[in-house]
Unconditional design. Sequence first.
Length: 128
Amino acid sequence: MNKDEILNVKKNVFWMGLTSLFTDISSEMIYPILPIFLASTLGVSKAFIGLIEGIAESTASILKIFSGWLSDRWRKRKILVVLGYGLSALGKPILSLVTAGWQVLSLRFLDRFGKGVRTSPRDALIAE
């Protein structure tokens, strides 16, 4: 086994995989119950819940294109990956403090902004 490998996998790939795993676990623990919290506790309408999810997912999808182009242009993929995971990690604990639907919208936007920024550069790093 090479000193640059963990469990026969390159260190960068191993650590990005672990980071991705824990980020996905934290998202899957929070976001499936978020609509229930919004509707029952905050009294947000179903239309606004749909708007939150639509904005969040659109943000991630659109930013994947731009972050991929930017990482190819800059050749600085790691900084975009760290920024993306950092933004996603920043917003999740703050969700415990929200008192209004617009705050959830802002935090979901931040989380999906992070996902959009990190996904394409991360995939390029793994491919390299």
